[in-house]
Design a protein around this ligand. Structure first.
Ligand code: ADP
Ligand code: MG
Length: 262
């Protein structure tokens, strides 16, 4: 760093350092280190039970880690540092922090009793205290962007799975997030609806949004990822550009996994 530079924000959108997480006697994350640069797309692959969802949930503080640190945009998740001591954030502070991190779930998780537009407007108004009229204008533009503007006044149950997931993506974007986390966003969709959701995610990638995507869609990883991470049994087995991890994996476990999902 040059003299006098004040590194308030980090070059990384997300930094994960030495993260361990245990459920009962099961060590689900066994020392995870991962850095995600701003504007890059990281795809996480790995067998069921390898800890992928737990890792995403930890970034959003939906799970508390046992040891290790997570930073988003240079800011510690869940804690405030005073001198060399860490103090836990209050529930309210955690909610505020979480509101700058988008999360797109496998099962959409839209609020069933709210319209599509209300689903997108809710968090920016309640958690970020933004002006409702302004947020509504932005929400309509986001619904347009993901191709569901005509459904603004419909309820989630009136939409296809692909449409619901695109609304969920618009809802995440409305938070103006520092990063969007996707947990198997197309796994619950009928095969013919997978493409329309992947196309929207691809478009975000090209706009420079920082994305972390857990998926089994190898073609998507190859085309869109800057970095592919392969996890197994709570560790990152290998990571690198898609050509390296997908076409020339160094580890037997990676080779076996890729040959099974292709
Ligand atoms: P993945 O997303 O890679 O399939 P998960 O992170 O969901 O893996 O789960 C990793 C392991 O942790 C699994 O064995 C799962 O059963 C276990 N696990 C996840 N969440 C909990 C929980 N809240 N309580 C107990 N065990 C859990
Ligand atoms: Mg999972």
């Amino acid at each position: 760093m040059s003299a006098g530079a004040t590194a308030v924000t980090s070059e990384y959108a997300v930094e994960i350092l030495g993260v361990h997480k245990t459920f009962g006697s099961l060590e689900v994350l066994r020392g995870i280190d991962l850095q995600v640069r701003r504007g890059e797309v990281t795809v996480i692959l790995g067998p069921s039970g390898s800890g992928k969802s737990t890792l995403l949930r930890a970034i959003n503080h939906l799970e508390r880690v046992d040891t290790g640190l997570i930073k988003v945009d240079g800011e510690l998740i869940g804690y405030r540092q005073k001198g060399n001591r860490l103090h836990e954030l209050s529930e309210r502070e955690v909610l505020h922090q979480r509101s700058s991190i988008g999360f797109v779930f496998q099962n959409f998780n839209l609020f069933p009793h709210l319209t599509v537009l209300q689903n997108v407007v809710e968090a920016p108004v309640s958690a970020q205290k933004r002006n409702r009229a302004e947020v509504e204008t932005e929400a309509r533009a986001l619904l347009e962007r993901v191709g569901v503007a005509d459904k603004a006044d419909a309820y989630p149950r009136q939409l296809s799975g692909g449409q619901q997931q695109r609304v969920a993506i618009a809802r995440a974007l409305a938070l103006r997030p520092k990063v969007i986390l996707f947990d198997e966003p197309t796994s619950a969709l009928d095969p013919e609806l997978v493409g329309e959701v992947l196309a929207v995610i691809k478009q975000l990638a090209h706009h420079g949004t920082t994305l972390i995507v857990v998926t089994h869609e190898i073609g998507f990883a190859r085309e869109v990822a800057d970095t592919v991470v392969f996890m197994d049994a709570g560790v990152i087995v290998e990571q690198g550009p898609p050509q390296q991890v997908l076409d020339a994996p160094q580890h037997e476990r990676t080779r076996t996994f890729i040959s099974r999902v292709l």
